[in-house]
Design a protein around this ligand. Structure first.
Ligand SMILES: *Cc1c(COP(=O)(O)O)cnc(C)c1O
Length: 431
């Protein structure tokens, strides 16, 4: 059934269109408009999509992001499907109660496949398109998770892979790239400097950089975070979402995903409030939002939330526009609040997220405390990465195991001590 169904599909990708001047060009490996240097975005034949898909056809599709293939910028049948997407949408009980929300859901991309972050989505799409366009070498500039995803999925697809990272990344993210056999260049500089270097390399070597010359395809992968939530909520949109902002791509594409589902009639229209989360050590978008500006002032990142530390975010103006137009908020939280957010999610829901997820949970908490999320809004918080990859950020704040001898007596003495230890004292949350 499945095979017949997918064989009948034809490509819906029409062209690339400039988000600034509207000029169109062929869907090749290019990310800026030749006329005005604005960013290019994939466009589709929505009439064709509407004819191709129904709730039922999607539900019968693969258990991965590729069930939404009609909405993704690829043309071949041979997609790279390593089981990416369809991660759990968990109804929260304990965190919801703590925050005073009646209906809170956690979209858990900490367990995404194959490399445990939302970046598996964007890379599955980018590398499928890279292969269609004839690339044999792929690459990226990364704050860590993108490096893991690109290296892993390139290995699966048999593509040669070069990865560029800032040299101060967490050990888990470096190891989790090297193990797949990618060539890793640790650049002495911050992400924005790495990114600039990669633009020059992309021009000279003709490699497929997933987040540079393949960016129009890459970024579309994030729309699946919108589609999945809508489908998992029983084909309806939430009232309010909270998502992290680094370049602003994920945040803006969740919104695009919701809009497309409305456009082709898969869900009823609803004004979804879009709230964004940043770390105060790198919060150019939250700062512009606070000041009522529609442009950002680039910053030098200084935060433990390295995976979202982009000082000059490419999609900032679009993110600001969406936050304002949907009556959302963009907030920033300190490193101490991020640690607290990681522990809060772990201890109320049993989900261990990395610093980006700690940021998002801390912002969710802050918005609830400020009354900016109503108790009866159906709210979704996006958890985008796994805590085992950023252990050094949290390890000083989780306490130590109690060492005991292998005797019942020793156990009972320790048990008594453990019970008298105040939980907060035992697991210091920094202030
Ligand atoms: C990359 C990343 C993001 C957000 O990235 P955008 O550039 O805004 O699309 C969020 N969370 C994690 C864990 C990431 O790795």
């Amino acid at each position: 059934m499945n095979v017949t169904h997918s064989a009948l599909q034809t490509s819906t990708l029409s062209a690339l269109r400039c988000r600034e001047c509207g000029a169109q060009c062929e869907a090749v490996a290019r990310h800026v408009c030749e006329l005005c240097f604005g960013p290019l975005e994939a466009t589709y034949d929505y009439e064709a999509i509407r004819r191709q898909v129904s709730r039922q056809s999607i539900a019968q599709g693969p258990n991965s992001i590729w069930r939404y293939r009609s909405f993704l910028p690829v043309t071949s049948e041979q997609v790279i499907d390593v089981g990416t997407g369809m991660t759990p949408l968990v109804r929260s009980e304990r965190l919801a109660r703590r925050l005073g929300l009646r209906e809170l859901y956690i979209k858990n991309d900490a367990v995404n496949m194959p490399s445990l972050s939302f970046k598996d989505r964007v890379v599955s799409v980018a590398l499928t398109r890279a292969r269609e366009l004839g690339f044999t070498t792929v690459s990226c500039a990364s704050t860590g998770n993108l490096a893991n995803a690109t290296a892993a999925i390139a290995a699966h697809a048999g593509l040669e892979c070069y990865i560029f990272i800032p040299s101060d990344l967490e050990a888990g993210k470096i190891l989790g790239t090297l193990v797949y056999g990618a060539r890793v260049m640790a650049v002495e500089g911050n992400y924005d400097q790495v990114n600039r270097l990669c633009s020059e390399i992309a021009d000279r070597y003709g490699w497929g950089f997933v987040n540079i010359n393949l960016r129009p395809y890459y970024s579309e992968g994030s729309k699946t975070l919108g589609y999945e939530v809508a489908e998992q909520l029983g084909w309806r949109l939430p009232d309010h979402v909270v998502a992290p902002i680094a370049s602003g791509s994920l945040y803006t594409k969740i919104h695009k995903g919701f809009e497309e589902f409305v456009k082709v009639g898969l869900v009823e229209a609803k004004a979804v409030r879009m709230s964004g989360a940043q770390a105060s050590g790198c919060s150019p978008v939250a700062e512009a939002y606070r000041l009522g500006r529609d442009f950002i002032q680039p910053v030098k990142p200084a935060t433990i939330a390295k995976s979202i530390a982009i000082g000059n975010p490419a999609d900032a103006v679009y993110a600001l526009d969406i936050a304002r137009k949907t009556s959302g908020h963009i907030e920033a939280v300190s490193d101490a609040e991020i640690i607290e957010g990681i522990k809060l999610l772990a201890q109320t829901e049993g989900i261990f997220t990395e610093t980006a997820g700690g940021t998002t949970v801390a912002v969710l908490k802050k918005l609830c405390e400020q009354g900016k999320i109503e108790p009866d809004e159906v709210t979704v918080v996006y958890i985008t990465g796994n805590g085992l990859k950023t252990q050094e950020a949290i390890s000083p704040y989780v306490g130590e195991p109690l060492r005991i001898e292998a005797t019942l007596d020793s156990f009972e003495r320790s048990l008594e001590r453990a019970r008298t230890l105040d939980r907060l004292e035992w697991q210091q949350i920094p202030v």
